[in-house]
Design a protein around this ligand. Structure first.
Ligand code: CAA
Length: 379
């Protein structure tokens, strides 16, 4: 067993840390307050190679391993989880499946631009009545010769208004249940495709989460990924990897809050000494550090299994389940360590606490992760 990072992985970690401090930290409070998407910053993330990290260089990707990807997300999430979710969706939920299951023509046309961050992608599975119960897709795709007509509504779509390329799940045969779901590449601007309302959220307020409406949107047959009926398997396999990205995001949020709490505890004095010298605070810091370390091991293990070509579905579910719960616990404690200062925006920890909550919900709630894990255990 080797816990050491390679020189390349350390370099990626350092580059992400530097980028987060230099480019994400200034303005992160304003973007949160104004619910403003970090457009300029995400562009720069593309230029640095963060938007298609694991994609083969022949499609303009970075050709890196999943550990490097996790390290980068973790660093960015310490400061700006809105920027990191955009990155996670583009890498894991859009580029990965397109590279694995797309045709060569689809990869040349779409992946080459998604991998550089020139354009952003979105993953459109959730619907008003199909969140956790993802098999209940109501959106339909009706074949009409050499094209499909897509009709329906998608909800909670990350990169909803800033994306140019959308992977849309729809029923091609509702008689077949989840085996009748297919997945299509839809471009922004196609007739009948409208970006709906922006959600006013508790956390990750800089991330643009929208509903999307499709009315008779004409999608060429060559834009279907895989065979008809392959969409649900595609979604599940993609989410297995996506959950590693969100677990890394949760780990980063927890680490960011912990680092702030640790530094603050050494500066702030009460009863004549730094609060870090009070056992009440020391024990909090000890618990936070231990939980973060345990989460880190689960997250890196899931990424490592993926890189080894092993089954990683339940490892990624465990990593996401645990890391997101750690993110919630640690950020709440970080606010507590800061006392009244923790409750105001200037000290960052209240934002991290609000951001942490979504990691227990998106890409499969904690309850869904428990379903995935328990089914594997009991199989
Ligand atoms: N990996 C691979 N295949 C899987 C799988 C997994 N993790 N989970 C289920 N499947 C397969 C099953 O093997 C089964 O395949 P077969 O029919 O070929 O046997 C098929 O999918 C259906 O599975 P179930 O019979 O278990 O279906 P179910 O309805 O009982 O449960 C579920 C499925 C696991 C609950 C699934 O619906 C699920 O994961 N729901 C959560 C959806 C989700 O994560 N949504 C996130 C939205 S995207 C998002 O948040 C992105 C963002 O913007 C940040």
């Amino acid at each position: 067993m080797n816990f050491e990072l390679s020189e390349e992985q350390l370099a990626v970690q350092e580059a992400a840390r530097e980028f987060a401090r230099q480019e994400l930290l200034p303005g992160v409070i304003d973007r949160d307050t104004q619910a403003k998407f970090p457009l300029e910053q995400v562009k720069k993330m593309g230029e640095l190679g963060f938007m298609g990290m694991m994609v083969d260089p022949k499609y303009n990707g970075g050709g890196m391993d999943s550990i490097s990807y996790v390290l980068a997300i973790e660093e960015l999430s310490k400061i700006d989880a809105s920027a990191s979710v955009s990155m996670s969706v583009n890498n894991s939920l859009v580029c990965w499946g397109l590279e694995k299951y797309g045709t060569e023509a689809q990869k040349q046309k779409y992946l080459t631009r998604l991998a550089t961050g020139e354009v952003l992608g979105a993953f459109c599975l959730s619907e008003p009545e199909a969140g956790s119960d993802a098999t209940s897709q109501r959106t339909t795709a009706e074949i009409k010769g050499d094209y499909y007509l897509i009709n329906g509504t998608k909800n909670w779509i990350t990169n909803g208004s800033s994306a140019s390329i959308y992977l849309v799940f729809a029923q091609t045969d509702s008689q077949k249940g989840h085996k009748g779901i297919s997945v299509f590449i839809v471009e922004r601007g196609w007739e009948g495709f409208v970006v709906g309302k922006k959600e006013d959220k508790l956390g990750i307020r800089g991330s643009d989460t929208h509903s999307l409406m499709f009315t008779d949107v004409k999608v060429p047959v060559e834009n279907r990924i895989g065979e008809e009926g392959f969409g649900f398997t595609y979604a599940m396999e993609t989410l297995n990897g996506g959950r590693i990205g969100i677990a890394a995001q949760a780990l980063g949020i927890a680490s960011g809050a912990y680092e702030l709490a640790l530094a603050y505890s050494k500066e702030r004095k009460t009863f004549g000494k730094p609060i870090s010298q009070h056992q009440a605070i020391q024990f909090k810091l000890a618990d936070m550090a231990t939980q973060i370390e345990a989460a880190r091991l689960l997250v890196y293990k899931a990424a490592w299994l993926k890189d080894q070509g092993e089954d990683y579905a339940h490892a990624s579910a465990m990593a996401k389940l645990y890391a997101s719960e750690v993110a919630m616990n640690v950020t709440i404690e970080a606010v507590q360590v800061h006392g009244g200062y923790g409750y105001v925006k200037e000290y960052h920890v209240e934002r991290l606490m609000r951001d942490a909550k979504i990691t227990q919900i998106y890409e499969g709630t904690s309850e869904i992760q428990r379903i995935v894990i328990s089914r594997k255990i009991l199989k």
